[in-house]
Structures are given as structure tokens and as C-alpha cells.
Design a protein around this ligand. Structure first.
Ligand SMILES: C[S@@+](CC[C@H](N)C(=O)[O-])C[C@H]1O[C@@H](n2cnc3c(N)ncnc32)[C@H](O)[C@@H]1O
Length: 233
């Protein structure tokens, strides 16, 4: 049996729902993401020999499953998940993986301790819209520190929540650190449908200018235009 090929079991979907009921803001979804969304999260990423991937908030392993399909034999993987029950499922399901029961805010320390720096790609399933703003900033700053220049950060936002203030603020925080979005696409075959975003850590300083100029702009004053790569405006 190849556990990496297994679809999530009914038991793990039930657990997901139970965890959502217990803590809706931190779990952020009533069910695991679809395999279509999982594939979109990985599309276009360079998964060459020796690639290093960190997954934040893997839950019951929807994205992890696709990562392990694509990960080369000498690739390295680290998953950081704050729910003990999910970590137990992940360790059983993906025996090749290194799963840590901790907060994604500690990505810097955790990746460093494992000799995983610099990281090539971060795949995030974290429900940023529901996380405390300080925690989000810690995750984003830590992610910026561990990624190599040119490394990527991918995440998703549900279609219906795209214009929520928290979603817009998150994109602004990303633009401050990583510059314009590199890739934006919509996956309809997910419940609910979701946008997938990929940012790339700049080779030099971000093109968006000093932090203060963007901090001073309110989310409601920004448009999608502000987040698109310059060649797609
Ligand atoms: C929306 S679920 C996504 C799960 C999975 N990636 C998927 O798409 O099906 C969010 C996950 O992030 C985890 N999470 C929330 N806050 C976290 C944190 N600070 N550090 C690590 N994981 C966290 C939750 O426990 C949950 O498993």
C-alpha cells in the first residue's frame, strides 16, 4: 500500500469538521480542500532535485498528498500544524514526511533546527482571514526570512471572501514583503471555489517601495490592480 496515494478517509474528514466546530477561526474550513485546489497550489513550481518545501497548516493532508506525488526522492519536506490530532493522522499517512506539532509563527526556528534553510517553496493552508493579525505578521516575516531569493509562497483565498477587509489586508501585507503577485488563478472545483496566489521572494528589495508607504494606504483604497504583476496590469 502506498499511503501517499490514499484519499482522505471519512474519519479524517469527520475529524476536520469536528475541529472546525471546536475552533472555526483557526481551522477556517468545514472540509479538507479538493485535490483540484491542491494541484493548483503546486502548478508551475519548480520541484527540482533537492527541493525544500515547508507546508503550513497541512490539516488532514490534502495539499501534502499532492506534494508527495511531485516531490523528488531527494526532496525535503517539513509540515507545521498546530492541531495534535491532525499531526497524528499526517504522520501515519505520509511516513516520508517530517511533521511538527507547533505554530507556523515559529517557522524560522523550526526550519533552522532541521537544517532546512534556505527553503525553496512554502505552501500555506493557514486560514489567514481568521488568524490574529500579529500571528499573521509573524508567519509572513518568518516566511520571508527562511525563503531563498526567488523562492515562492503560495496560499489560497475563497472566492466569496476575496473582497473581505481581512483578505485585502493580507494581500497588502504580502505585497509589502514580496512585491506583486506572480501567479493568480481561480479553482472552481473546490467547495467553496478559491483563488490560488503565488508570490516570489524578490532577488533584491521589493519593488513596491518602503513599507511605510503601503502601511499608510487603507485596504479599501487598494484595487486588484495593485496586487497584479506589473506586466499584467
Ligand atoms: C483551512 S485548514 C487547511 C487544511 C489543509 N491544508 C486543506 O487545505 O485541506 C487550516 C489548517 O491550519 C491549521 N493552523 C491554524 N493556525 C495554525 C498555526 N498558527 N500554525 C500551524 N497550523 C495552524 C489548522 O489547524 C488547520 O489544520
Amino acid at each position: 500500500m502506498n499511503p501517499e496515494n490514499d484519499p482522505p478517509s471519512t474519519a479524517s474528514s469527520n475529524l476536520f469538521f469536528a475541529k472546525f466546530l471546536a475552533n472555526p477561526r483557526l481551522v477556517g474550513a468545514i472540509a479538507p480542500s479538493s485535490r483540484f485546489l491542491a494541484r493548483k497550489m503546486l502548478e508551475g513550481l519548480d520541484l527540482n532535485s533537492g527541493v525544500r518545501i515547508v507546508e503550513l497548516g497541512p490539516g488532514s493532508g490534502s495539499f501534502t498528498n499532492e506534494i508527495f506525488h511531485a516531490l523528488p526522492d531527494d526532496g525535503q519536506f517539513l509540515g507545521i500544524e498546530r492541531e495534535r490530532a491532525f499531526v497524528e493522522i499526517l504522520r501515519e499517512r505520509f511516513t516520508r514526511g517530517d511533521f511538527v506539532l507547533d505554530s507556523a509563527a515559529r517557522i524560522r526556528e523550526i526550519a533552522d533546527k532541521r537544517g532546512l534553510l534556505p527553503v525553496d517553496h512554502i505552501i500555506s493552508g493557514l486560514p489567514f482571514a481568521g488568524l490574529p493579525p500579529r500571528l499573521t505578521l509573524e508567519v509572513l516575516d518568518g516566511s520571508g526570512d527562511v525563503l531563498r531569493p526567488g523562492g515562492t509562497f503560495s496560499t489560497f483565498q475563497y472566492l466569496h471572501a476575496y473582497h473581505f477587509a481581512s483578505a485585502r489586508t493580507f494581500r497588502i501585507r504580502m505585497a509589502e514583503r514580496f512585491g506583486p503577485i506572480r501567479r493568480l488563478c481561480l479553482e472552481w472545483r473546490n467547495l467553496p471555489p478559491a483563488y490560488v496566489f503565488t508570490w516570489q521572494k524578490p532577488m533584491a528589495a521589493p519593488r513596491v517601495g518602503p513599507r511605510v508607504s503601503i502601511e499608510s494606504r487603507r485596504p479599501q483604497d487598494m484595487s486588484l490592480h495593485d496586487y497584479l504583476p506589473q506586466d499584467r496590469r
